[in-house]
Write a protein of this length. Structure first.
Length: 242
């Protein structure tokens, strides 16, 4: 990747797996190491990353303010315009107002953010039209999957698509799996690795601590628990891949 700092994609193969919380928790870990980080929501038709982070009340730019961005732009004014907490900036969606967000606006905004000198974490749905363009620029792609039959089918489709796009990359990103739900035995994880052809990074168990954080309006992974341990594993894998 030509950019001076790493780009991490967190891809939810299905909805409801906690990709947004994982992205935010990883962003917090990375900010602690690098002195800052930005987490970007690419569920542009209605994602609520700022709500998940508990910063929806803070002023600052959301995607509608950047929908006309084209070409190079100074990084620092953009960073300073985003809502932030504890060194982590959040670029969130704003419902239907961003439904027609142009690919050029996404690409140029991400270029600006990555060139700012801090890690960028992108929460991107597996079905996002922006995923293909972002993949060649990523250092690491973490795919979250559940272990139910339907969710595994979703993961199979997403990983297949990512692998196909990665074949055309000069420097293919690292792909890693994070599984969700009740902890499976080792044989299940071995079968999953063999079938998908992607290393298993971490298993994220259901975490009551994460629910309590959400109820209190805290940043995901702020306190010790399964989500924070997962974020630490993701941050370590990004450092290794960069």
């Amino acid at each position: 990747m030509d950019a001076p700092t790493p780009l991490l994609l967190v891809v939810g193969a299905s909805g409801g797996l906690g990709a947004s919380s994982t992205a935010l928790a990883a962003g917090r870990r990375l900010a602690g190491v690098h002195g800052g980080a930005t987490v970007v929501d690419l569920d542009v038709t209605g994602g609520g990353l700022d709500v998940t982070a508990g910063v929806e009340h803070l002023p600052g730019h959301r995607w509608p303010a950047l929908a006309r961005l084209r070409g190079a732009a100074p990084a620092r004014p953009l960073l300073d315009a985003l809502p932030a907490e504890a060194g982590v900036r959040v670029l969130a969606a704003a419902g239907a107002a961003t439904r027609d967000l142009a690919p050029e606006a996404v690409a140029d905004t991400l270029t600006c953010l990555v060139e700012a000198g801090e890690p960028v974490v992108v929460d991107v749905p597996g079905a996002s039209p922006h995923l293909t363009a972002l993949l060649p620029r990523a250092a690491l792609v973490v795919v979250l999957t559940g272990l139910q039959t339907r969710r595994l089918a979703d993961a199979d489709a997403v990983v297949g698509h990512l692998a196909e796009v990665a074949e055309g990359c000069v420097e293919p990103p690292g792909l890693r799996l994070v599984t969700r739900g009740t902890r499976p035995d080792a044989a299940v994880l071995d079968d999953l690795r063999h079938h998908l052809g992607v290393p298993h990074l971490h298993h994220l168990s259901d975490d009551p601590q994460a629910e309590r954080e959400a109820e209190r309006g805290l940043w995901p992974g702020s306190t010790r628990g399964a989500l924070r341990r997962c974020a630490e594993a993701v941050a370590a894998a990004l450092a290794e891949a960069s």
